[in-house]
Write a protein that binds this ligand. Sequence first.
Ligand code: G1P
Length: 292
Amino acid sequence: MQVRSAVIPAAGLGTRFLPTTKSVPKELLPIGDRPGLQLVIDEAVGAGIDHFVIVSNRSKPAIESYFEPAPALVAALEASGRRELAATISGIGSDWRVTIVYQDEPRGLGHAVGCARDAVGDEPFAVLLPDELMGDSSLLAHMNGLCLRSGGSVVALKEVPTDEVSAYGVIDPAGPVNDDGEVPIADLVEKPPIDAAPSNLILIGRYVLTPDVFDEIAALRPGAGGELQLTDALRAQATRAPFHGVVSDVSRHDTGNPLGLLTASVEWTLRDPQSRDELRSFLDEVTSRPTP
Ligand code: G1P
């Protein structure tokens, strides 16, 4: 069975982007020519997902507006001959469906995913953290396949230098990484001190989870940072069921901070044949100037 639903936690207040995020949700800030949220949706659509459960916050009504039909705008674009843009706008939510649910208290990622339980139902589902940007859909498609093959949850991993592990969820592998980058997982720990980290393989914000994780989430107690941590629910799953990771060498951008948003935007724009030459010459020119 194809994994159909993806949960996108988007209830955070984006304090690293204040004052912008006073009125614009950080998930709608542009990366290249579209909102970061749309890029994450595009990645999942490419992996066969057609239902998005956005976990939002009632103080961010612009998230809902983004998914609402805009017939007057589409008509105006068509009337002025901008057919491609009109098709992009009318395509939002037409081949896939959106359910908005709310997390009104910031109680952690585990709690946010738990808010999506009724909307997801009793089937495997993906979780995509919108602060992490992947280049394409291949990693998620691989994870979907491994979840269906193994019958257990799958997380995306990346190897990082040991001094970086404490900012992330870290896995304890139960065996070697195979030629396809797949690794069995014995245990997981959220933001361990460096000397207690079981490996340097970190969770990078893509998950394909079996629905029994919702029972583990419901039983969570506060973990790292006093929050209900998704990693702790996964840890409970890993002790009693097959649980795997897929190690990826994607170039990650943490778009949850201003510099990461900028580097993601540069990389994204360099992929666009219409803009890349101009951006490249600008970058060459600006970086050859003496530093102010
Ligand atoms: C969350 C997860 C963590 C993961 C990280 C990836 O942490 O809890 O396990 O490694 O995302 O970005 P956060 O960045 O929300 O602190």
